[in-house]
Design a binder for this molecule. Sequence first.
Ligand SMILES: O=C[C@H](O)COP(=O)(O)O
Length: 253
Amino acid sequence: MRKPILAGNWKMNLTYHQAEAMVEELLSLGKAPESVESILLPNFLCIPLLADKLKGTGYQVGAQNMSSEDQGAFTGEISWDMLKDLGVSYCIIGHSERRTLYLENNSQIEKKLRKAVKTGIKPILCVGESLEKRQAGEAKKRIEGQVHRALVGLDREDLQDLVIAYEPLWAIGSGQAASPEDAEDMCLTIRQWIEKGYGSDLAEKIRILYGGSVKPDNIASFMEKENIDGALVGGASLKAKDFYALIEGVQNA
Ligand SMILES: O=C[C@H](O)COP(=O)(O)O
């Protein structure tokens, strides 16, 4: 039985004070239920705040990105031990906005993923196809390439905490979510690749999330699918009431 995940990627939203108000409101709604891994991924500046406020509440704090290097002359970067020092458990690797806007390529993503798994940061590897690739019938080929390139050289032991988020680019922030059937088909396909490459134990264990215009009113339709183990949510994670409703949606599935 895989424990579901509801992860809120705040992206470049919410100032320190807005984040503080959001978290206080969220905590007034209740603790995180034990049956769902509920993770907030704020900007780097808000990580210490959330780590402090969410201690002992059941909520976890994640990061949106990390360096593939340990330390040194890498201006603007944040390392794995800076994150761990603050209690960060998860980190998004290879979000499509990093790939498309900041030109992160498969080789950089592979290095980041390797650094995360070797240092005990649980990676949320994002994969997803563009509308052009989907319309050309190449969605699965595209995703397969992204998954395989990211996992190069890693073995089953390294991947025990791997989480993969399937996020079609055309569904992100568009209000046009993938159909639950298409999302399930892609998540099943990813699980089958993992099974082929690393065995059924790992394939049964890893969590595969759907992301892209997930809202409180559609979360249930994704959660009822066998191979969707939760959601990576952007816009709807910014408001405490919506985020809490999403967690309840996962919990009640
Ligand atoms: O990381 C989250 C995804 O990019 C989804 O964003 P969204 O829920 O705003 O569509």
